[in-house]
Design a protein around this ligand. Structure first.
Ligand code: SF4
Length: 419
């Protein structure tokens, strides 16, 4: 167990003066090289990579970044695109507000800056979804501006090196880290891209949160002799962690309403979780305490009318249609863990015949919300929340298999495309 924090932050002038050179030296041998976003000077390409790399594994970004750049090769292309296209391209990367901000920011750059990213980090910071550290990274990488970055990895490195023991959420801690990050910058602007990359790589691969090299490997950390956390045996105690809050738990019912090869999708409100994405019709989220499992309504006790009331609340001016007694089946139960909440999803399935679909379409009030019957083979075109995409893929496979079994063993049932 790490000891209680007791050290005082130091001002190590020798370390400050030599830091950037030593770090750049380290990067030559141990840094990450050959990433597709390295060595580029187009602020647009740098910006897209920086936003994608937030909260996403490098391996995933290596796969998705080239696709994103191919689909939206310039800020003008991105600004012109429909938000649905952007969300569809972002699908699976999570934290969808990044995609919405990316789109909004592209529009701002086109309308306010004639399609050119401003070189001033303060102006960059005023754009949608660009925080101070991201603004610093864009300016340093693309424009060689002497300006610091301070992402979570860099905060940890500096806090350990200089013995800053407070929690990173405290303003005075963040202020002193920004001050340090500025002091440590290399003198020459031309070193900024390499230095910034080296700092990111050192935090991401060597001075990691749980397994920094000084505790786990024989490799010598280039800063070990100056590192306050190492000297005081407090490497894992810095940065100070605040007690974790328990994630609230929710449950909800969703419905796969299918007709032929199409399923009914509903667009989610912009300001909700999975905002602006397509999803399945769903009931109200119910809060529940940890470990509690809400009794699931069994499908054999649920009529089609009741299912519609459950998953499409307030969508019918009159009673929901009986849909000619379509049978309701109970599907999978899925647990999805968001960053700050946990959702248990109970799936119900109902396959509608032509008359039932017509009745549903004509009796549903869609007001601002949008509904669409989407062909299963075209789901790639829709910005779908990843758990919903996976759920539909697995349902589609099972549904296809069940249909082919029935085709082989009984009277033929042919899935028809929607006209
Ligand atoms: S000595 Fe350890 S804690 Fe200090 S900078 Fe190096 S890897 Fe990080």
């Amino acid at each position: 167990m790490p000891k209680a924090l007791s050290l005082q932050p130091t001002h190590d002038a020798a370390l400050i003066a030599s830091f950037s050179k030593r770090l750049i030296q380290w990067h030559k041998q141990y840094g990450r090289h050959g990433m597709p976003w390295q060595g580029i000077t187009d602020p647009y390409a740098v910006w897209v990579s920086e936003i994608m790399l937030q909260q996403t594994q490098v391996a995933t970004v290596l796969d998705r970044y080239p696709k994103m750049m191919q689909r939206f090769p310039s800020v003008a292309h991105l600004a012109r695109a429909d938000i649905d296209e952007v969300l569809a391209e972002w699908s699976g990367l999570g934290y969808y507000s990044r995609a919405r901000n990316l789109h909004a920011c592209a529009k701002q750059v086109v309308s306010q800056y004639q399609g050119q990213f401003p070189p001033d980090p303060l102006a960059l910071e005023s754009l949608s979804g660009i925080g101070r550290s991201t603004a610093g990274a864009i300016a340093a990488f693309a424009l060689q501006v002497r300006t610091p970055i301070l992402d979570a990895n860099v905060k940890r490195v500096l806090a350990r090196l200089f013995g800053i023991g407070g929690a990173l959420q405290e303003k005075k801690v963040t202020d002193s880290l920004w001050h340090l990050a500025t002091e440590l910058l290399p003198r020459s602007p031309k070193d900024m891209p390499l230095y910034t990359q080296a700092l990111m790589d050192f935090g991401a691969t060597w001075c990691t949160a749980k397994q920094p090299v000084c505790l786990t490997q024989n490799t010598q950390c280039p800063f070990e002799s100056s590192c306050q956390a190492k000297a005081h045996d407090q490497v894992l105690a810095i940065p100070k962690k605040l007690p974790k809050k328990k994630s609230p738990q929710f449950s909800c019912a969703v419905g796969i309403l299918a007709h032929g090869n199409a399923v009914l999708l509903q667009k989610r409100p912009t300001k909700a979780i999975w905002g602006g994405l397509w999803s399945l019709p769903e009931g109200q989220w119910q809060g529940q305490t940890e470990g509690e499992s809400r009794p699931t309504v069994q499908a054999d006790t649920l009529t089609s009318e009741q299912l519609l009331e459950l998953i499409l609340p307030n969508r019918f001016s009159k009673k929901p249609p009986s849909l000619f007694r379509q049978s309701v089946r109970m599907g999978n139960r899925v647990k999805h863990i968001f960053s700050h909440r946990v959702l248990q999803i109970q799936v119900y399935e109902m396959v509608l015949n032509g008359k039932a679909k017509k009745e549903l379409d004509s009796s549903m009030q869609s007001d601002e919300a949008q509904f669409i019957w989407a062909e299963l083979g075209t789901l790639e075109q829709y910005g779908l929340a990843q758990p919903i995409r996976l759920l539909l893929e697995s349902w589609s496979q099972a549904h296809g298999a069940a249909e082919s079994d029935r085709c082989a063993n009984a009277s033929p049932i042919v899935l028809k495309n929607r006209p």
